[in-house]
Design a protein around this ligand. Structure first.
Ligand code: GLY
Ligand code: MN
Ligand code: MN
Length: 430
C-alpha cells in the first residue's frame, strides 16, 4: 500500500456501529473482492471490497471477516481470515500480512489462515441462528459478474439451509454515509492531491495539447503523492465532448477558444475525491464563457448552503432546480413560456442540466449513504451543477466535495482548489 497507516480505532468504531445493529445470535460475513484476470497470467490491480475495508482496514485479496458478537468463545466474536503467506509468495509477489500485522491494521485479535475457514465457520454456524449476507444494494448498482461474495452466499445457503438470512446492506448504507473524523482526514488528503494535480495542469494547458497529455500530468501528480491514481475514470473533455456526460476517451486536441471540462479526482487510502473544474483552453474566458461559468458557480455556491442537517435529498434537488431555472432564464437559454409549460417530471431546466446535483462520497465515488432520510452532520456530498450547451460547443460543470456540519454551512474539502475566473486565468498565464 502506498498510503500511510490509518489508526485502527477507525475500524474498531466501524465494527461497533455495525454489530450494535445485529440481531441476537447472528453472525455477519464480508468477503474481499476477486482479483480480475486480464488474460494469460496478468491481473488488474487489486481493489478491496469497500465494506470489508470499512470494517477491518484489511487491504488484501482472499480475506474474510466474520463478526459474531454473541459467540460463546470471546475470541470468536471478530475473526479475520487471511491467505497464508509463504516464502514463494513473499519472493515473487511481496509479503502479505502476517497475523501480527493484520491485528495492527484492523484491531482484530483473532486472525486465522483461510485454510481453517471451513472448520471454524461450521463450528460458528452451529451456534448462530441468523447470517447477515453482504449483497450490493447501491441505488446505481448494475453488476453482471458474480462476486466472491455472491459465490459465498450461494454455497452458504446450500450448506446451511436451516438458518435465517438477513442483509447487511441497510446497516452499511446507514453507517457508511456518516463519516468519522479519520475518514474525513483521508478524504481531505485525496482532495489536496487533486488540488495539486489541478494546479500542475493550469499553466500546462495550451491550444493544441491533447486531452490525454493533461490526464498524464494529473496521474504523475497523484502517483507521487501516495495515491494509487484516479478515484474514477477521469473526464478530460474539450469543446463539444463536455456535453457527452460520460466522455472518457480523452483523445482529442484542445482547440483555441474552446472550454475544457476536467472531472478528475485522486483516490487516497481507498477514499475518493471528486472534482470538476472547467477552464478556457487558451487561458482567457470569453464574455459568454464567463457568463455561463459564473451562473454555474452561483448555483454551486447557493446549493452548497442548503446541505444542512434535516434537509431531504429529494427536496434539495427540487430547490436546486429552481436556482438553475432562474440562471437559465438570465442566460436566455430558456424563456418564461418554457417554464410555464414545463412537465413537472422533466422541468425546462433539464434541457441544459440533466443530471443530479449531489451524491454521497467516501470509499466509493458514488458512495453508500442514506438518501431517503434527513441529512446528518458529517455526511460528505459532492455539489456539481452544470450547464451543457451543445449548440455552443460548451459544457460547464463545477464540482466540490463538502462535509455537512452540525451548525451552519458545510465545510468545503476543496476550498483550496482554484475556482474563480480571475484566479484560474492568473494561474494559466503564470
Ligand atoms: N465523477 C463522477 C461524478 O461526478 O459523479
Ligand atoms: Mn465528478
Ligand atoms: Mn460527482
Amino acid at each position: 500500500m502506498k498510503y500511510l497507516p490509518i489508526n485502527n480505532q477507525l475500524f474498531i468504531k466501524n465494527r461497533a456501529k455495525f454489530t450494535a445493529q445485529m440481531k441476537s445470535k447472528s453472525l455477519a460475513v464480508f468477503n474481499s473482492n476477486d482479483l480480475f484476470t486480464t488474460g494469460a497470467d496478468s491481473t488488474l490491480p487489486f481493489e478491496q471490497s469497500r465494506d470489508l475495508f470499512y470494517l477491518s482496514g484489511a487491504d488484501q485479496e482472499e480475506s474474510i471477516l466474520v463478526l459474531f458478537p454473541d459467540a460463546i468463545d470471546p475470541n470468536h466474536r471478530e475473526i479475520l481470515f487471511l491467505t497464508e503467506t509463504n516464502e514463494h509468495i513473499a519472493i515473487w509477489y511481496g509479503a502479505k500480512y502476517s497475523k501480527e500485522e493484520a491485528t495492527k491494521v484492523s484491531g482484530i485479535k483473532t486472525i486465522y489462515w483461510l485454510s481453517e475457514f471451513k472448520k471454524i465457520f461450521y463450528d460458528l454456524m452451529t451456534e448462530a441462528e441468523t447470517v447477515y449476507f453482504n449483497t450490493n444494494e447501491h441505488y446505481r448498482q448494475s453488476v453482471e459478474l458474480e462476486t466472491r461474495e455472491d459465490r459465498f452466499i450461494k454455497k452458504c445457503k446450500s450448506d446451511f439451509p436451516a438458518h435465517k438470512w438477513e442483509k447487511s446492506g441497510q446497516i452499511m448504507q446507514q453507517i457508511r454515509g456518516v463519516k468519522e473524523p479519520e475518514e474525513i482526514e483521508q478524504m481531505q488528503t485525496a482532495c489536496e492531491i487533486t488540488n495539486n494535480g489541478f494546479r500542475r495542469i493550469l499553466p500546462f494547458v495550451k491550444p493544441g495539447i491533447m486531452e490525454y497529455e493533461i490526464e498524464a500530468e494529473f496521474m504523475h501528480e497523484f502517483l507521487k503523492s501516495r495515491s494509487k491514481g484516479f478515484a474514477y475514470t477521469p473526464i478530460i473533455a474539450s469543446g463539444y465532448s463536455a456535453c457527452v456526460l460520460h466522455y472518457i476517451e480523452n483523445n482529442k486536441a484542445c482547440k483555441d477558444g474552446d472550454m475544457l471540462l476536467l472531472d478528475v479526482g485522486a483516490e487516497y487510502a481507498n477514499y475518493s475525491s471528486d472534482m470538476t473544474r472547467t477552464i478556457p483552453v487558451n487561458g482567457k474566458f470569453s464574455d459568454r464563457q464567463k457568463e455561463v461559468y459564473n451562473a454555474v458557480l452561483r448555483v454551486k455556491n447557493e446549493a452548497t448552503k442548503m446541505l444542512i442537517p434535516g434537509e431531504y435529498w429529494a427536496n434539495y434537488h427540487k430547490e436546486v432546480g429552481k436556482l438553475m431555472t432562474s440562471e437559465l432564464l438570465g442566460l436566455g437559454l430558456i424563456d418564461k413560456a418554457d417554464v410555464q409549460n414545463e412537465d413537472p417530471n422533466w422541468p425546462a431546466y433539464k434541457k441544459y442540466f440533466m443530471h443530479g446535483t449531489s451524491h454521497h462520497l467516501g470509499l466509493d465515488t458514488h458512495d453508500y449513504g442514506a438518501l431517503k432520510t434527513p441529512m446528518k452532520a458529517n455526511m460528505v456530498f459532492t455539489v456539481e451543477p452544470g450547464i451543457y450547451i451543445p449548440e455552443e460547443n460548451m459544457g460547464i460543470r463545477i464540482e466540490d466535495d463538502v462535509v455537512i456540519q452540525e451548525n451552519g454551512a458545510p465545510f468545503n474539502l476543496m476550498r483550496n482548489i482554484p475556482i474563480e475566473v480571475e484566479e484560474i486565468e492568473d494561474l494559466m498565464n503564470s
